[in-house]
Design a binder for this molecule. Structure first.
Ligand SMILES: Cc1cc2nc3c(=O)[nH]c(=O)nc-3n(C[C@H](O)[C@H](O)[C@H](O)COP(=O)(O)O)c2cc1C
Length: 213
């Protein structure tokens, strides 16, 4: 499958970085709503969007652009294409139950309408930095993930970073390594519309009931 499509322009929410930092919490209670493409577009732009097209430089700092970003939604698995700010469709079936199983049955991973999976092609960095490149790859995944998490706050969405998953099974689910360069999954951010009622019941109503548009 080689079908591609463009995402809409990312939104500019106007929220301050200080508010987003202060409000960020791991949120694990999501409603069923799918994410509109404008929100998805904005989250992916924050994660790995191109902010300087002359050099293809991204919203997150990089030692050699090792990161590849995938989304898992009810519509299937898509790969983010920073250069066209669009998607390549990889699968069209809903694999969120399998993803949650791979994440040791974390229920919020199954419930989240979208999980963003940050992967890396290590060779792009290791060829210049040898073994120290691994450190850079992990640091880069952290930079990108924090961008995603803060952007989720700005959009009044909930998000949780997920590091507990079975590497080989996630590699298989994403069908990585079809090509000659190894690609490894590093980090997942599950995102969704916040279920404020569920948070209140658990006494976790620390995020104000933000307007979700
Ligand atoms: C590297 C990393 C991996 C994590 N993995 C998981 C995970 O697999 N599942 C989960 O529910 N939370 C995960 N978390 C979220 C932490 O549990 C959470 O950040 C912590 O409880 C502090 O809460 P806060 O994010 O609201 O500040 C992870 C956090 C980090 C930094």
């Amino acid at each position: 499958m080689n079908e591609r499509f463009n995402l809409p322009e990312p939104l500019k929410t106007g929220r301050s970085i200080e508010d987003c930092l202060a409000e960020r919490r791991s949120i694990r209670d999501f409603k069923d709503n799918a994410l509109p493409n404008t929100h998805l577009s904005t989250l992916l732009w924050a994660t790995q969007g191109i902010s300087e097209s002359r050099r293809d430089f991204r919203t997150a700092p990089s030692t050699g652009f090792p990161l590849e970003v995938f989304t898992i939604q009810d519509t299937g698995i898509h790969q983010y294409l920073p250069n066209q700010h669009g998607f390549q469709i990889l699968k069209t079936n809903d694999v969120r139950i399998e993803l949650a199983e791979i994440c040791y049955e974390q229920p919020w991973v199954e419930k989240a309408p979208c999980s963003i999976v940050i992967c890396a092609v290590p060779e792009r960095v290791l060829e210049n930095y040898d073994e120290r490149g691994w450190r850079y790859i992990w640091l880069e995944a952290g930079h990108a993930a924090q961008n995603t998490l803060l952007q989720a706050v700005a959009l009044n969405l909930g998000a949780v970073p997920v590091g507990a998953f079975k590497d080989e099974e996630l590699t298989r689910l994403l069908d990585l390594n079809k090509e000659d360069k190894e690609t490894v999954p590093l980090y997942i951010i599950s995102v969704g519309v916040i279920d404020y009622e569920a948070l209140k019941i658990k006494g976790q109503d620390y995020r104000s009931d933000g307007e979700y548009t």
